[in-house]
Ligand binder design. Structure first.
Ligand SMILES: NC(=O)c1ccc[n+]([C@@H]2O[C@H](COP(=O)([O-])OP(=O)(O)OC[C@H]3O[C@@H](n4cnc5c(N)ncnc54)[C@H](OP(=O)(O)O)[C@@H]3O)[C@@H](O)[C@H]2O)c1
Length: 295
């Protein structure tokens, strides 16, 4: 692994897959910037990593990714952190933070929370960090999706406020959006323009974490409590994420969706360019970002 001295930003680095990835990246010598929404959990995670790898370079920043204002401030804090450490680039952004909502709740920006945290937050943060990712010789944007994205279709213009809210469906839509985003990102930024930043989406498989027991509530929470025990340890998806983070040959890979360090065929909808373009347009509208020229 050649992660030594690479700068890696990992969202949702306080538990589950994101925490394990932060731990593994730190022990491989990367400069880790972990993101969490709770300052105490951030500090606890940082201390565990430092205890495990005393020479680790690891910093935690706090932001609630349900708030676009906090995402903007987070991007500024990441720039400041780099300046303080005389670093120029973010080499890898891991959009890992994700959640499952049991009911329809709107964020302060007026957007259904699952769509806001699982899709719009990676969309906005990636754009805000793009100047720093472009400074890397081989920038990577890795978004943690899911095989929940199969057998899903949706209307991007309605995702902000779906008329019928079903937690599982909102989650599936957000995970499909992760792959559509990665594809369209590459079409706009990697393949056509020759820029050095490439996007990938990861299917972590079923992983033994507490994701289904947080904002879920009710029956879904009970089901997850027993189902999660059938999942693999977070070390398994961490390997795939860090493989995508630094494998040199991947800069010319056209594969977008990865599982167990190998490409996997995503759903037909995930590869639909018209759907990807509509989602991109809607995401620009909802985050206040400019549309690409001639879009
Ligand atoms: N577990 C699975 O079987 C599985 C399968 C497919 C895909 N995934 C995906 O894997 C990713 C990681 O999930 P996980 O299973 O590792 O779950 P997890 O243990 O609950 O970790 C999720 C992380 O995201 C953070 N987070 C949640 N909402 C946030 C917000 N509004 N702002 C900032 N951070 C927030 C959590 O913070 P706290 O520590 O404060 O809660 C935590 O650090 C997610 O994108 C999920 O969709 C998981």
């Amino acid at each position: 692994m050649t992660l030594k001295n690479k700068v890696i930003v990992i969202t949702g680095a306080t538990s589950g897959i994101g925490f394990q990835t932060a731990m593994d990246a730190a022990s491989a010598g990367a400069f880790v910037i972990g993101i969490g929404r709770n300052p105490q959990r951030c500090e606890d995670a940082r201390l565990i990593i430092i205890n495990h790898s005393p020479d680790a370079h690891v910093i935690y920043l706090t932001a609630n990714l349900a708030s676009q204002k906090q995402i903007h401030s987070l991007a500024e804090q990441i720039q400041q952190t780099l300046d303080e450490h005389k670093l120029k680039a973010v080499d890898i952004l891991v959009n890992n933070a994700g959640m499952y909502m049991g009911k329809k709740v709107f964020t302060e920006d007026g957007i259904e929370t699952t769509f806001a945290v699982n899709h719009l937050a990676p969309f906005l943060l990636t754009h805000l960090l793009l100047p720093l990712l472009s400074q890397s010789a081989s920038g990577r944007v890795i978004t943690v999706s899911s095989d929940s994205h199969y057998r899903t279709s949706f209307t991007p213009e309605k995702a902000k406020n779906p008329s019928l809210f079903i937690g599982l469906f909102a989650y599936k839509v957000s995970k499909l959006s992760n792959i559509l985003f990665s594809n369209e990102f590459n079409r706009l930024h990697a393949s056509n323009t020759g820029e050095s930043v490439h996007a990938f989406a990861v299917d972590p498989g079923l992983v033994n974490t507490d994701i289904g027991m947080k904002e879920t509530g009710g029956l879904a929470s009970l089901v997850w409590r027993s189902r999660k025990n059938m999942g693999v340890s977070p070390e398994v998806p961490s390997k795939t994420i860090l493989f995508l983070a630094d494998e040199p040959g991947l800069t010319i890979s056209t594969h977008i969706y990865w599982h167990l360090c190998k490409p996997k065929q995503p759903s037909v909808n995930a590869l639909n360019p018209a759907l990807a373009k509509r989602l991109w347009k809607e995401s620009c509208k909802l985050t206040g970002l400019a549309l690409p020229e001639g879009y």
